[in-house]
Design a protein around this ligand. Sequence first.
Ligand code: NAP
Length: 502
Amino acid sequence: MTFTPHGKHLIAGQRRDGASEFTSSPAHGPVHSFAAGSAVEVDAAVAAAEEAFWSYGYSSSESHAAFLDAIAEEIEKRAEDITEIGCQESGLPEARLQGERGRTTGQLRLFAQHIRSGQHLDQRHDAALPDRAPLLRPDLKMMQRPIGPVAVFGASNFPLAFSTAGGDTAAALAAGCPVVVKGHEAHPGTGEIIADAIAAAAAACGVHPGVFSLVQGGGREVGAALVQHPLIRAVGFTGSLQAGRALFDLCAQRAEPIPFFGELGSVNPMFVLDAALEARAEAMAQGWAASLTMGAGQFCTNPGIVVMTEGEAAEKFTKAATSALSEQGAQTMLTEGIAAAYASGQDRLAGTEGVQVLCASESGAREALPALYRTTADAFLASPSLSEEVFGPLGILVTVKTEEQRQKIARELEGQLTCTVHMDDDDTDAARALMPVLERKAGRLLVNGFPTGVEVADSMVHGGPYPASTNFGATSVGTLSIRRFLRPVCYQNMPDALLPAV
Ligand code: NAP
């Protein structure tokens, strides 16, 4: 079986050519041509989304839930094609594509279940107090309402779960907001199949076709036109700090600024406390190396920095980590650009004063081998660039001499998606001292685990203070992420007949 993409945009249910084309850059398999977007396609897609909002935004949660369930079914019908082209485009193994598909459909169904429960509406009621003196109280009802058309940027590192029908799209559609996706050029064929699945679900459910559009390629012109379009009400983005910041600034500069929910970089520090290090240095090092190299390290939750007390146990950890990482073979990276950024990140670290290279080797044009570095607390604190994310299977071991140094490193951290503590009972005091600091730094705090593998659940927070995200009050994973695309409206003395259908 060989899937051949049609190579067009999908705008309000219609396949559409672009004024120009681009070709895909698969890790293996055939190269295909795709329509490249421009401000013209963006305008058509956003206008259709606004039109769709007048029906979709005012229909019931049950009808939104039925649509989400139908999208999941349509994706499952196309499972084999998705896996085939997804593997070719991303270079990720088949099992990963299959697992990510399950996560994507599971996510859609979880949102369906969530909105059927009505929890997302957060309804409140303050009954009228007509006899209250000196002033009566009016009847006040509050509920969350959808905001309007949302722009979503597909991520390179999750061709399914953070892309066309990924978490941002699922959350926006669940909220009642139409979506315009800017497809990622790294996986246009995968995006096309998913877009067709969404269009088929919209047709089956009788939903306005403008509820979803995919604009392929077109680079920065498309991204900039999308976030600046006056009818777009919010943006969901996963990617680099540099791109996220540029798009965030464009959103802030609009005549009417809009929220930009960017999930950006993070080094996800892991603090290994003394008793735990003494008890199980080698096992922890092996677990860490496995987490660091999963998916060629191309996860925003990759635990890139380990902080531990210098000494014999730290040496054991270092030896075990070096040996586990040196044994790993090269892995294919998502794009040549990401592989090049990984190589230059290694050069930067190797050239930083006080940094020792423990393992690093040259890889191919789109391949990565793990890299490991060691430094001291003083050198780490002296070079803020050591705390910058290098996307790939790369780790830095930082040794501290005192509890004060450990605290200082924690206090100097920028915002993170996650912070992890490895501890035993005897580490409780040290952990308790660290926790209030880490809580100010990250959206998710872990004990005795590894941050890769983000559960899609009610309690999940995948976000954190800048630069982990551009909005510390939000999460991009889990049911709470729907709140990004809702806004509270208060209805005062409103007859029931005028309240929105929910
Ligand atoms: P990216 O460079 O941030 O690009 C993401 C999206 O933003 C793409 O659709 C890109 O479009 C668009 N874009 C970039 N700069 C823009 C600008 N100035 N104006 C308008 N649109 C813009 O991410 P990537 O291509 O996925 O990977 C590159 C790097 O991002 C990686 O090396 C890694 O450091 C980081 N990354 C981080 C995460 C994370 O979860 N934290 C995830 C993925 C990647 P075009 O490609 O068409 O320019």
